[in-house]
Design a protein around this ligand. Structure first.
Ligand code: 5AD
Length: 355
């Protein structure tokens, strides 16, 4: 970068830090400035902002992948309906409760129930699980990540005890959304879901893949402007990783560096946001999650799913998954995070934005 460009970059970063808002042209400039030097400047600032909000604490969420059945056919996803090669499973209500029980004994105070859009999990069944989770573990927060549902369903699940909902918007660009999804899926409905969730009172997480097929600088500008308007409590981003049994098998994956740069910009934009260093990032780089934290992330989501089904929730190739007992994985994770100067914390970790 020339001196002028360096100065312009630094000014934009400071403006983002001060005003938490940029216009489309400014976002474009900032996004296009990605390089070694700018990445490290953004990470330094982001790390400072997360230290102010969270100290050296990293929140952990126990992830329970409740079903790999999905009625949707997203072009990027390994558990899409048309993937006849995927081996499917679904946990029973009792199995979900027992995973949570195991997590609770290990110190987890937040559970994330994630799954494909599986018709088995009706409101009645989910409400039953939620009520029982809240009865057994009243001090825990429960997050759902079960895709698009009608507003009334979100309302019932909230009334039954769900605290948070994760639904990645996938892309804020409607045309790009059409390139990633089959025609029967709609960007408008996705956005409607996110608005409903927020209005109902959930702490809401959105997010997108970095480097998904067809993603342009303009798409990312829209993603950042969407985050700036919507002000989610959580943002999940990770690199796109091709899956061999999907239409995108031969597409290039997203990069570690671009993901790290975006994590830093998101931290500066929304200093209080809960920002996971995702499994996808840990999958394409063995140090990905540590690098994510050093770029401004403050959440990790270790897998509490039963070891025998873990390999089946295969959204993308080589998805990070160990056969270790949950206790052993947690010990290793704590050790690794300690190495970079951070501590795992087991509390509920509500977003400061929720207060
Ligand atoms: N690579 C990376 N992330 C993926 N997801 C689905 N498929 C892939 C893939 N191939 C992400 C989507 C979805 C979340 C559950 O996982 O963003 O919302």
């Amino acid at each position: 970068m020339s001196k002028l460009e360096t100065r312009e970059f630094e000014e934009l970063l400071r403006k983002l830090d001060r005003e938490h808002r940029l216009d489309a042209g400014e976002w474009k400039c900032l996004l296009e400035a990605e390089g070694k030097e700018t990445r490290s400047q953004a990470a330094e600032m982001a790390k400072k902002r997360s230290a102010e909000q969270f100290g050296n604490r990293i929140y952990i969420r126990g992830l329970v992948e409740i079903s790999s059945y999905c009625k949707n056919n997203c072009l990027y996803c390994g558990i899409r309906r048309d993937n006849g090669q995927a081996s499917r499973y679904r946990l029973t209500e009792e199995e979900i409760l027992s995973c949570a029980g195991e997590g609770y004994r290990l110190g987890f105070r937040t559970f994330v129930l994630q799954g494909g859009e599986d018709g088995y999990y009706t409101d009645e069944r989910l409400c039953g699980v939620l009520e029982e989770l809240k009865r057994r573990f009243p001090d825990c927060a429960v997050t759902l990540s079960l895709g698009e549902r009608v507003r009334e369903s979100y309302e019932r699940l909230f009334a039954a005890g769900a605290d948070r909902y994760l639904l990645r918007h996938e892309t804020a660009d409607k045309t790009h959304y059409g390139q990633l999804h089959p025609p029967e899926m709609s960007w408008n409905n996705r956005m409607r879901c996110l608005e409903d969730l927020k209005e109902i009172g959930y702490q809401v997480g959105c997010g997108f893949m970095v480097g998904s097929p067809g993603q342009t600088a303009e798409c990312l500008v829209k993603d950042m402007m969407f985050l700036q308007e919507f002000r989610p409590h959580m943002v999940g981003i990770g690199p796109f990783v091709p899956h061999h049994d999907t239409p995108f098998a031969k597409e290039p994956g997203g990069t570690v560096n671009q993901t790290l740069y975006l994590l830093s910009l998101i931290r500066i934009l929304l200093p209080q946001v809960l920002l996971p260093a995702t499994t996808a990032l840990g999958t394409i780089d063995p140090m990905g999650r540590e690098k994510g934290i050093l770029a401004g992330a403050n959440v990790l989501m270790p897998n509490l799913s039963p070891a025998d089904v873990r390999g089946k929730y295969e959204l993308y190739d080589n998805k990070l998954c160990t056969g270790d007992e949950a206790a052993e994985s947690l010990r290793i994770l704590r050790e690794r995070i300690g190495q970079i100067g951070y501590d795992l914390t087991v509390d509920r970790g509500d977003s400061p934005m929720a207060e």
